[in-house]
Design a protein around this ligand. Sequence first.
Ligand code: 13P
Ligand code: SF4
Length: 308
Amino acid sequence: MQTLNIIDKINKLKRQKNAVILSHFYQTDDIQDIADFVGDSLALAQEAAKSSAKIIVFAGVHFMAETAKIINPKSKVLLPDMDAGCSLADSCPPKNFKIFKEQYPNHLVISYINCSAEIKTMTDIVCTSSNALKIVNSLPKDAKIIFAPDKNLGGYINKISGRNMVLWDGSCDVHNILEAEKIVELKLKNTDAKLIAHPECQAAVLELADFVGSTSALLQYTSTSNFKKFIVATESGILHQMKKQNPTKEFIIVPSDKTCSCNDCPHMKKITLKKIYNVLLNESNEIILSDFIMKNALKPINRMLELS
Ligand code: 13P
Ligand code: SF4
């Protein structure tokens, strides 16, 4: 009998077990290509919410798999590597956040989805980079708001909305490291290119950008714009869809430092086809959350989904 390759084996198991693979744009090309759905954090949450699959294999990081489980408790949610965390989520430990929150009574909490489920239980509305402005603007102009955990996204929303939200001092190691100086150099060398940036980048980078948006918004911009060349300030995985949708356009990823020409999230890149196959086969690495978390983290996620 012919030996099946890993992709055929995964597809066979998916059919046998009524499973789907949801992948974030920051996954490697081979994973994006095998996935049933590829999207940004908001689209993945929406997809998980409406999925009727028995098993969801989440090709992404821990907080995304947790979110999928919370909004779709009937599905078994499997994360191919339990160590696929997130530096931004880790920058907001629940114990410290609880003390921080107590210093600001009468404040509503808006949390970026890149946080632990426990932080979500202390949150009024969750948001993603796709809908952060819309969520903030859904609250009265004089509302007192804490925004956590990303100070860069929070600062950017403060700037464009004219608000003064209190910001938790957290950031994403992958985006926060991108330097404005390096980008200015790239812009000078490529005067015909548009600079596009994810709002997790520092304010100095966002100020230089021609367009700021979530991964989906950046992808859409490159596909609908008449420009042919883009300097991309975000994680390198997004280039796969950008090149697929725009084979004649040129994309220059902003390098994270002088020694590295790539810009990879080490957590996202922990997921491999082999690990996807293993968790599907053994139904291992299941996300299990307490009843308290399931109930209390669902409310702010549902508020976000209603407002989106
Ligand atoms: P989006 O997918 O919402 O753009 O977020 C990017 C990110 O850092 C995911 O971890
Ligand atoms: Fe977290 Fe940053 Fe990686 Fe996104 S890119 S998963 S925010 S560490």
